[in-house]
Design a protein around this ligand. Structure first.
Ligand code: SAM
Length: 184
């Protein structure tokens, strides 16, 4: 069985968008307790590296780093572990909630933006990015950046995500590379 209920959300996203392809190199940000990494291995990713602040029991077929994905050394370390740039960076990260809705919202969006910055550093051409965002979708700055860097950007609410929760996922596919000034 899967380690988390969250696993079903990734199954639903991947059934719809085929973000995990056989041979994909996959980064799982906020991996604990390991459900999304299990799915990536099961769906024949060739390399899966998860990162979490919390310890994660070993996931067969994946490597897990206990640490903060925002460490400066993380992008290079992950590229080395994957054997090259990533085909998919997926983030189910959520901060510890404070119970103060506006603060929680700002923190989640901050994590998602940092996950995007991270993804832009390690994605291969045609790669994909998934991140948990909140009701209302990505902030304008983040959305504009994604639209410049990816062929398609969609917001989805997988059926396994509780209706009463305000979480959404952004799914960006077809990474074109970093935007340049000549190509705004
Ligand atoms: N997708 C996972 C699964 O299926 O098992 C569940 C992920 S859980 C909802 C979110 C995780 O994000 C938490 O375990 C939390 O520790 C992690 N997280 C939050 N901020 C982080 C950071 N800066 N670096 C690494 N992990 C972080």
């Amino acid at each position: 069985g899967w380690r988390s209920r969250a696993a079903f959300k990734l199954i639903e996203i991947d059934d719809r968008f085929q973000v995990i392809r056989p041979g994909s190199r996959v980064v799982d940000l906020g991996a604990a307790p390991g459900g999304w990494s299990q799915i990536a291995v099961k769906r024949q990713a060739s390399a899966v590296v998860g990162v979490d602040l919390l310890p994660v029991d070993p996931v067969e077929g994946a490597e897990i780093i206990e640490g903060d994905f925002m460490d400066d050394a993380m992008p290079e370390r992950l590229k080395t572990m994957l054997g090259g740039p990533a085909d998919l960076v997926m983030s189910d990260m959520a901060p510890n909630t404070t119970g103060h809705a506006a603060t929680d919202h700002i923190r989640i969006m901050g994590l998602a933006e940092n996950a995007l910055d991270f993804a832009l550093q390690i994605l291969a051409k045609d790669g994909a990015f998934i991140a948990k965002v909140f009701q209302g979708g990505s902030e304008k700055h983040m959305l504009d950046l994604m639209k410049r860097c990816f062929d398609t950007v969609r917001h989805v609410k997988p059926p396994a995500s509780r209706k009463e929760s305000s979480e959404l996922y952004v799914v960006a596919q077809g990474f074109r590379g970093l935007p340049t000034d000549e190509n705004p």
